[in-house]
Design a protein around this ligand. Structure first.
Ligand SMILES: [Zn+2]
Length: 359
């Protein structure tokens, strides 16, 4: 699909890479971010000569964007890459920007009628609170979700195996669950918070918690947080993760980051086949710099019969809106709404999550 804002941001990031850690480099990065954050396409702004009115956009960016829109590429940028002899580096970098969506593209996709629906979305199943590396308390998360029209949410703070992300000890988990019980009693009938955990997938495909610990949660997300820059095949690791009893959701399966790292290399068809058999949902993580899995991989997972989760992976309230990005990818992948856990009733969700111990 054509996403001019993403293309223009990409060549600006090429320029940032050439300029390195310098005033010019930061300027290009800032301009790229401004373009990615715009909620409308830049082509009409270029035609109306108003693009430079956007904060962070200067005359050079305007020139580069004009070239991309008119010619499909920027001669100015291509020449700079050639002169610096950085063709190889830039090619690698460009490989780290495939299948992402700019904010304008997401707006575009969601502004059309279609499914999965934004209005019928019931709740988000990956988010972090002050109990690990998130910024918000449980009460304020419930209110922020209610304000967005959600009926439920799954809290998935990090496990103790990931101390760098403030992972919870099991004693803290017990305290958190007591707090969630109190919250659920207070919000009864209006909102339901589910106790989840984001367990970390080790290099051998096991998760970093014991089965009796995992059983204390209503649902378990397993996600990779290491070995995300290696090009060695990690199919066995990911198959191991989706085969583990109790795991019902594979979080940000690739572990990729926009313009930073490629994430896990694996035979995804094989991973998806096992996930489908065990009814482990494949997450579309909507964090703007993750977008993981993206629409093409999601369509492959769908063809293997997978279930899905569309989550924000929010660490603060504004990030709850990342579900829009996940919904946009799901629409491009044409995922039927009934295959997505975020649209299920509480009873159906809990039955499925518990079933992960017996499948
Ligand atoms: Zn994670």
């Amino acid at each position: 699909m054509g996403d001019v804002n993403l293309e223009v941001a990409g060549v600006l990031l090429d320029m940032a890479a050439l300029a390195g850690d310098s005033q010019r480099g930061w300027g290009y990065t800032r301009a790229a971010k401004a373009v990615l954050r715009l909620d409308r396409h830049i082509t009409p702004l270029i035609h109306a000569n108003t693009f430079t009115a956007v904060p962070g956009i200067g005359p050079t960016t305007d020139r580069i964007a004009r070239e991309v829109i008119h010619d499909g590429h920027s001669t100015f940028v291509e020449r700079a890459i050639q002169e610096a002899g950085k063709e190889e580096d830039v090619r690698t970098l460009r490989g780290l920007r495939h299948h992402y969506l700019s904010r304008a593209a997401v707006h575009d996709i969601l502004s059309r009628r279609g499914t999965p629906s934004r209005a019928k979305y019931r709740g988000d199943f990956q988010m972090h609170s002050v109990w690990s590396d998130g910024a918000e308390s449980l009460d304020s998360i419930a209110d922020a979700c209610l304000a967005r029209g959600h009926r439920c949410a799954g809290i998935t703070d990090h496990s103790y195996g990931l101390p760098i992300a403030g992972g919870m000890t099991m004693a803290q988990v017990a305290q958190q669950h007591a707090a969630i019980d109190i919250l659920n009693a207070a919000y009864k009938g209006r909102f339901r918070m589910f106790t989840g955990i984001e367990a970390n997938i080790r290099s051998d495909g096991t998760v970093d918690m014991e089965p009796d610990e995992l059983r204390q949660f209503e649902f378990v997300v397993a996600s990779p947080h290491s070995l995300l820059r290696k090009s060695v095949d990690q199919t066995a690791r990911m198959v191991g993760a989706v085969s583990q009893p109790g795991v019902c959701l594979l979080g940000h399966p690739q572990g990729r980051r926009f313009n930073v790292r490629p994430g896990v290399t694996a035979d995804w068809d094989q991973v998806f086949e096992v996930a489908a058999r065990r009814e482990v949902a494949i997450e579309i993580d909507g964090s703007w710099d993750r977008q993981d899995v993206h629409y093409e991989l999601a369509a492959r997972a769908l063809s293997k019969g997978c279930l899905f989760a569309l989550d924000s992976d929010a660490h603060s309230h504004p990030e709850l809106d990342f579900i829009d990005i996940a919904i946009a990818h799901a629409r491009l992948a044409a995922i039927p709404q009934e295959r997505i856990i975020n649209y299920w009733t509480e009873v159906k969700f809990l039955k499925w999550a518990k079933g992960a111990w017996d499948r």
